[in-house]
Design a protein around this ligand. Sequence first.
Ligand code: GLU
Length: 423
Amino acid sequence: MSLFKSTLKQIKKASTLMELDEEMVSILSNPNRIVEVSVPVRMDDGTLKIFKGFRVEHNNYCGPYKGGIRYHQHVDMEEVKALSAWMSLKCSVVGIPLGGGKGGIIVNPKELSEGELERMTRKYTEMIAPIIGPDKDVPAPDVNTNGKIMAWIADEYAKIVGEEVPGVVTGKPLEVGGIEGRDTATAMGGFFVLEDIMKEKGMEPAKTKVAVQGFGNAGGIAAKLMVEAGYNVVAASDSKGGIYCNHGIFPDDIMKHKLEKKSVTDLGPHMVELHAKDDTDCYQVSNEELLEVDCDVLVLAALENQITEKNADKIKAKIVLELANGPTSPEADEILAERGVIVVPDILANAGGVTVSYFEMLQNASGRSWTRDEVNKKLKEIMVPSCKEVSLNMNKYNCTMREAAFITSISRIEKKIMQKGRV
Ligand code: GLU
């Protein structure tokens, strides 16, 4: 099943529960605009390569289209459509006045030189420039894109329109209009939500074992926050594999090793040394094995479709926190729900990133800068009530947390559509 079909299934399920009008279901099931571009790039060896790129604008009923751009060899249109729909729902579940969009280029950026990456980014920007803008559609980082790439986009856009428009993208470096705390926002938002759920369930951090799949910006920082808050983070992995240490890992060490271009996998023996225990205590695990380790909270911070009908019955965690987009398939969702596993859905769990992107847009529009403490405080003020509202709907509709998040979000979008009289 394509990722977009999974999204449609999720929308349909929530719509049935809330008895949503069929016309509304159709609106939410069809992106407003789909753009496909062929991006010609002069490679370092003098040859010309064409890269396929996309930008999907799902809906802008609540505000400008908003969402990241990903560079990955497995990007396809159906994936970008799914991700754009999730952006609309994500912005709405936390009540920020933004719509949903997403972009992507089919490329493995690790195979490009810095110069090739920059030329590709600038050309892609030129090709989507007519549809983006601070009040139209605002891209941001996503898988394999970062502040530096956002700065190139903003610079290319400025050349095209003949003036500096920092608000055309978010997730920029601080020097060119970025905001403090955007780098940690996805992890921080997920952490606030998890803390709220833990409190509600009477679970204590010190007695909670956590496994983290994905050790990039979201997973790595989440692990660090959790260790600081007293959780026992026992496992971590990146795309090459991971490690399990029964008495806890040190996220800072793992980060350091990753920066030195080593994978989390290489840390198995290193961890044993650090803990000075026998080697049964720390061992290497594959990415698939990590999902099934003995833990209470499983943080999914890698890519989509990690828990499927094939492994859903083997997950030992009580809570699954989706910092990635779409890591649990609809079939797996059903199995986990039957088993009483709480899945904190992506559109809520990872909404911290886009929320701080919204703060960055406000900062760019007003010219005033916010401190990291101000950003984190404001973020908490948005994440915790949003989580509580989703929990209320979970009880009201007697449904899963994902269904409740969709209901919360869809009912807000529905109200906007009705008020605006768009249909
Ligand atoms: N790419 C991130 C997401 O999927 C952030 C999007 C944004 O900040 O616009 O939520």
